[in-house]
Design a binder for this molecule. Structure first.
Ligand SMILES: [Zn+2]
Ligand SMILES: [Zn+2]
Ligand SMILES: [Zn+2]
Length: 254
């Protein structure tokens, strides 16, 4: 399995438009973060987790010539804002794009992309094939089995995903003991860490480190990072030996 980090930034991305802070002004490519998403290639199956406003740019940058499915963690715009651009794959693959999400997220897509669901379809609009999932049952994309993990994003229930010994959780600030059990034996664990200061709906740096150390994976990887975290190279020095900050373009082979 190969995992490519297509984006590792929080909802505004890094740099933030017109921000003059040190991180946003940095020339280090690791301080340029598109909105969070990963590309997963496993056993012939190719899919992404989330498709935010940078989806088109990410598909171009990483030359993704085929896409079998999109998994959505939740309906916030930084995770769904790029879905209009599945049109390219609709033309190429001659079918609607399978989108795996839970019911509440699907209902939000029906509002945000009302034209996709219209009875009288305007020619050339994207085609979605919504496939409902929940936190109870694993599901399959081709040969790949995916186990959803329920996490909380303040009051909003969000899905994380485990695939073999890889887990990807973003936009969380609470994971119950019961759901943590689903992460037993995970080798590589991705978790969101927004910034150092407390936030209402995201783990802070210390909170994320604490959760990762509880799971004790070989490699912890932090994502969904704000410019307020600081420069990649400087804050990286604060991390325990088994944890790194993700950066756009990071590849993991498992
Ligand atoms: Zn987000
Ligand atoms: Zn900034
Ligand atoms: Zn969110």
């Amino acid at each position: 399995m190969k995992i490519t980090f297509l984006g590792t930034g929080t909802s505004q991305g890094v740099p933030v438009i017109a921000c003059k802070c040190n991180t946003c002004q940095s020339n280090d490519p690791n301080d340029k973060r598109l909105r969070s998403s990963v590309l997963i290639e496993n056993d012939g199956d190719v899919f992404v987790i989330d498709a935010g406003p940078d989806f088109r740019q990410q598909m171009l940058k990483y030359n993704v010539e085929r896409l079998d499915a999109i998994l959505l963690t939740h309906e916030h715009k930084d995770h769904t804002g790029g879905l209009d651009d599945v049109r390219a794959y609709n033309y190429l693959q001659k079918k609607p794009m399978p989108i795996y999400c839970e019911k509440r997220t699907a209902n939000a897509l029906k509002l945000e992309y009302h034209y996709v669901f219209a009875k009288e379809r305007y020619p050339g609009i994207p085609e979605f094939d919504i496939r409902l999932i929940d936190d109870k049952s694993p599901f399959k994309i081709g040969n790949t089995t995916i186990t959803p993990i329920r996490v909380m994003h303040h009051k909003l229930p969000v899905l994380g995903f485990r695939i073999k010994n890889f887990a990807y959780i973003t936009d969380a600030n609470y994971i119950s003991e019961k759901e943590l059990k689903k992460l037993d034996g995970v080798e590589v664990m991705v978790l969101n860490a927004l910034r150092k200061e407390k936030h209402i709906s995201h783990f802070t740096l210390n909170e994320a480190i604490e959760v990762i150390q509880k799971i004790n994976p070989r490699q912890g990887i932090l994502t969904h990072i704000s410019h307020l975290m600081g420069k990649h190279n400087e804050v990286s020095k604060l991390l325990p030996a088994n944890i790194i900050f993700s950066f756009d373009g990071l590849e993991i082979n498992l």
